[in-house]
Design a protein around this ligand. Structure first.
Ligand SMILES: Nc1ncnc2c1ncn2[C@@H]1O[C@H](COP(=O)(O)OP(=O)(O)O)[C@@H](O)[C@H]1O
Ligand SMILES: [Mg+2]
Length: 315
């Protein structure tokens, strides 16, 4: 069955005593999709991911991994690799030792551990470091060791809770680059972060949460362009005087809610619709024979919404 979702979360609620950390969050992650869970500190990201990976029991709601109810832990998590509050490895271990150990826990045989071990160490750019003690590694390298452990059994679904948090800027870039390299047609990723740019770099879709509630969910590029977040304003500037013909043509375009002339050369168009419909409006201005000089787009998008949200937090 091809349309089985990698992850389905429906009406997830988690209360700690009388405190509701997650209230009624729903989203799903398709096969091959990279989904980001975006939200400020305390939003409920870790709680959600712990529920998804069976580390805590939801108060209510349903979670399915590849169609299997998470209540059936073993089966549901068979193809899931996750890093959630995984302690940093340390001590006298080398990456090679650690993967031997982890591989045995996963029930891989010697040959499998050798093959997969090499794959993940190369993927994590740790191959040259495999016989070095982890103790001396930077935080970013340690995080890559943790990722290598999670990826050893070659999971179809990867769940990572803020994998770049606590790293220095260079470590963050390294880990992000590695995460980008994990894209594969049949692999799904669910990752949490409080950094918006991480979402736009890595994810195709996003669910933004605050105070345990999902605020908005959808395609990252659509949300970043604002086309799905309420009307945007297109300020169209023409070389020649704008006449009533252009105004009425714009007004009758799909998605246009309102047109306001601002002097002779500028018209402000309030618009909500698809990218194609937006392109149609710009072509009309271009084809008017009045000389299109510029189009300025403004309005709410994922970034301004997230900014508002985090400003409120810090206020
Ligand atoms: N074990 C717990 N007991 C009580 N409250 C908790 C517990 N874990 C988390 N919380 C609270 O739940 C909310 C969401 O936490 P969390 O899921 O860790 O958020 P995030 O990962 O987005 O920072 C926070 O207000 C946090 O203080
Ligand atoms: Mg967290």
């Amino acid at each position: 069955m091809n349309d089985v979702k990698a992850i389905e979360v429906s009406h997830l609620v988690k209360r700690y005593g009388s405190f509701t950390a997650v209230s009624d969050i729903s989203f799903d992650v398709a096969k091959g999709e990279f989904m980001g869970l975006l939200g400020p500190n305390g939003a409920g990201k870790s709680t959600t991911l712990k529920a998804v990976t069976g580390l805590l029991r939801p108060t209510s709601g349903e979670i399915r991994i590849q169609g299997v109810d998470i209540k059936d832990h073993r089966k549901a998590l068979e193809h899931v690799g996750c890093v959630i509050e995984t302690p940093m490895p340390y001590g006298d271990f080398t990456p090679a030792d650690l993967l031997q150990h982890v591989g045995r826990i996963y029930g891989l045989d010697k040959a499998e551990i050798a093959i997969r071990g090499r794959d993940v160490l190369e993927e994590m750019k740790l191959w040259d470091w495999r016989y070095k003690k982890i103790d001396g590694f930077s935080k970013g390298m340690k995080q890559r060791v943790v990722l290598a452990q999670a990826l050893l059994p070659n999971p179809d679904i990867i769940v990572l809770d803020e994998p770049t948090s606590g790293l220095d800027p260079r470590g963050m870039v390294e880990v992000r680059e590695i995460l980008k390299g994990l894209k594969r047609k049949d692999r799904s990723l669910l990752i949490s972060t409080h950094i918006l740019s991480e979402i736009s770099e890595l994810c195709g879709s996003v669910t933004m949460i605050r105070d345990g509630e999902a605020i908005i969910s959808g395609d990252v590029s659509e949300l970043l362009s604002g086309s799905r977040m309420g009307p945007i304003t297109l300020e169209i500037k023409m070389l020649k005087t704008i006449g009533p013909e252009l105004i009425s043509e714009l007004e009758s375009s799909t998605g246009v809610r309102d047109c306001e002339r601002m002097g002779d050369h500028v018209v402000k168009v309030s618009f909500m619709g698809s990218s194609e419909e937006q392109a149609e409006i710009v072509s009309k201005a271009y084809n008017s024979g009045l000389g299109l000089m510029s189009v300025n787009e403004s309005g709410k998008n994922l970034e301004s919404l997230y900014m508002e949200m985090t400003e409120e937090e810090s206020a």
